[in-house]
Write a protein that binds this ligand. Structure first.
Ligand SMILES: O=c1[nH]c(=O)c2[nH]c(=O)[nH]c2[nH]1
Length: 322
């Protein structure tokens, strides 16, 4: 939300700006112990962008109906589409920064911009070559329907021009089920408790993860080799969930956060929001791998929010938790 110096909320902009850029610069990242992901060809570099601007100069458009300073949101959409063609980088955050910088340069009275995007995933389909071996088609892509990565940036004008005031990189709605190897017991038991203790539950979680870098350059310039791909964050979360016998979602996200901070010194802080969607047992399995039948849990659902910084990694390391 963009706010003027007077404390008044004032912004306008365009949402659902769908930009399908082809042949952006490829991105490469180093593989991790938890992830075989090494990058993206960026043959399809597609985003759904939301863009909002603010300025004291826009006040009269609200209070007096004076449109003299109004850049039509239709023109904003055109600006975003055209400028995306000029972007020569390889990251979502870099694209958003580029658009914001260009817009502030073009419209000098704009003092703040909020811009966010979700990347629209397209995965190369696997096709047989002449020898019959399968490999990724460089031409045909399938629209991905899983978790979404994205970013949100806030830009403000200073005397030297537009600067990025804050950023948030995001992985949205990672949905993971662990069929065995999770428990939940030892919680408060009082006159309100009906939930039985569980020593092995089919834990289904939805995870939103966001993170901030210690320096902007690692995020904006994929060529520096320090970009953190949302796919790597996803793979770390999946691996930690696989490895750990978790006593709660609270403790699981603590460990996912510590692992991310361990792998990426360029990350300053991480935030989690998790949902508990644990399947409801209909036919309970006799033991770990015997058949069971489950159904969707009834509403309401539980959730957890938690953030970690590099100071937490230091404390956990000194405490021998890693
Ligand atoms: O991992 C969990 N944390 C909770 O706080 C909680 N509460 C609940 O009913 N089930 C769970 N599971």
């Amino acid at each position: 939300m963009l706010i003027l110096n007077s404390g008044r909320t004032l912004y306008y902009g365009k949402g659902d700006v769908l930009v399908y850029r082809t042949y952006a610069n490829p991105i490469r990242v180093e593989p991790l112990p938890e992830s075989s992901y090494v990058g993206n060809s960026n043959v399809i570099f597609a985003h759904n962008i939301k863009f909002a601007v603010s300025s004291e100069e826009l006040l009269s458009s609200f209070t007096e109906g004076d449109n003299a300073m109004i850049v039509a949101t239709d023109s904003m959409k055109n600006f975003i589409l055209r400028q995306t063609a000029n972007y020569d980088g390889s990251t979502t955050e870099g694209l958003l920064a580029f658009i914001s910088e260009q817009f502030m340069e073009r419209y000098e009275y704009i003092t703040a911009i909020d811009i966010s995007a979700q990347r629209l995933p397209f995965d190369a389909v696997s096709v047989p070559g002449e020898t019959g071996e399968f490999s990724a088609s460089p031409l045909v892509y399938s629209r991905g329907r899983n978790e979404l990565s994205g970013a949100t940036l806030r830009w403000v004008r200073t005397q030297g021009g537009g600067v990025m005031e804050r950023h948030r990189c995001t992985l949205h709605e990672l949905q993971l089920i662990k069929v065995s190897g999770s428990s939940f017991y030892g919680f408060v038991r009082d006159e309100y408790t009906t939930l039985p203790e569980s020593f092995d539950r089919p834990l289904y979680i939805f995870l939103d993860i966001s993170w901030q870098y210690t320096d902007d350059a690692s995020m904006l310039d994929g060529d520096l080799g320090k970009y953190v791909a949302a796919e790597q964050i996803r793979d770390i979360a999946q691996t930690v969930f696989h490895e750990m016998n978790t006593p709660s979602i609270q403790h699981l996200i603590w460990h996912v956060g510590l692992r991310i901070l361990t792998r990426f010194p360029q990350i300053a802080e991480i935030q989690f929001e998790s949902n508990n969607r644990t399947w409801e047992g209909v036919v309970e399995p006799v033991d770990g791998t015997s058949p069971g039948v489950f159904t969707e849990p009834r509403p309401p659902y539980g959730f957890q929010g938690f953030s970690l910084t590099r100071a937490d990694l230091k404390v956990a390391t000194e405490a021998g938790q890693l």
